[in-house]
Design a protein around this ligand. Sequence first.
Ligand SMILES: Nc1nc(=O)c2c([nH]1)NC[C@@H]1CN(c3ccc(C(=O)N[C@@H](CCC(=O)O)C(=O)O)cc3)C=[N+]21
Length: 284
Amino acid sequence: MTAQILDGKATAAEIRADLTTRVAALRDRGVSVGLGTVLVGDDPGSHSYVNMKHRDCAEVGIESIRRDLPADASQDDVERAVAELNADPACTGYIVQLPLPKGLDEQRVLERIDPLKDADGLHPISLGRLVLMQPGPLPCTPKGIVELLRRFDVPLRGAEVAVVGRGITVGRSLGLLLTRRTENATVTLCHTATRDLAAHTRRADIVVAAAGVPGLITADMVKPGAAVLDVGVSRVDGRLAGDVDAGVREVAGWVAPNPGGVGPMTRAMLLANVVEAAEAAARA
Ligand SMILES: Nc1nc(=O)c2c([nH]1)NC[C@@H]1CN(c3ccc(C(=O)N[C@@H](CCC(=O)O)C(=O)O)cc3)C=[N+]21
């Protein structure tokens, strides 16, 4: 028996179709939705992700606004782009593509985003709301992971989840999300100083691999029937490599592959965050 594929690509397409209807309904009421991106430098990966986000916007009828800055942009240049998007009424939500080039203070930039326009859920106020379990935009990858598990009926309530990686955009935020009363999972947040990683993953009903270490999770580390989600992105000899070894498919009950799993869901949740913010503003 090989694992059922948690098909993020197909699921994201369904979500975009639903968002298309909601964007049209907003437009009928005179409410426009516009997603902005700030991209600094010429990292090919970042460029390709930003291009995909603009293509997604075109598909669902969301206006998109693009600010590309050169690799040698100063802190002031980036903060100016952020201030412009804060002031632009056509931009209802936006992201600053991470990572920023070395020498720029990422946290200072994120803090300058208008929290009402935070499409990534990475502003400290949004993260604070997540800690406080208050409504607000959620980080896109954790939100996409929960949505993917839901749609494939992977049981979450009471489940043991091993999250591997403590980064803000995925691991740490996912731990906060999964332990809310609405999800009710039990989370072990593993990281580089975890003494016996395999002992934690072997106990888990769900393993989320977001460490950025190619092939880190091998079949012997997975409980038979568990769900394993591959969120790692590394470049090995110019090719993208995930954190989950191919052999895991023979043991797991569900696998979210990389590519085709969590990545497309992340992009769909970015669109969902801007649409939800526009709907909330239209209700107010
Ligand atoms: N402020 C900010 N927000 C982000 O959400 C953000 C970011 N910065 N920096 C970089 C990471 C990475 N990320 C991905 C999103 C989608 C795919 C994706 O859709 N991948 C496809 C195709 C991959 C391919 O073919 O290249 C897949 O997995 O099937 C991948 C990676 C968002 N990030």
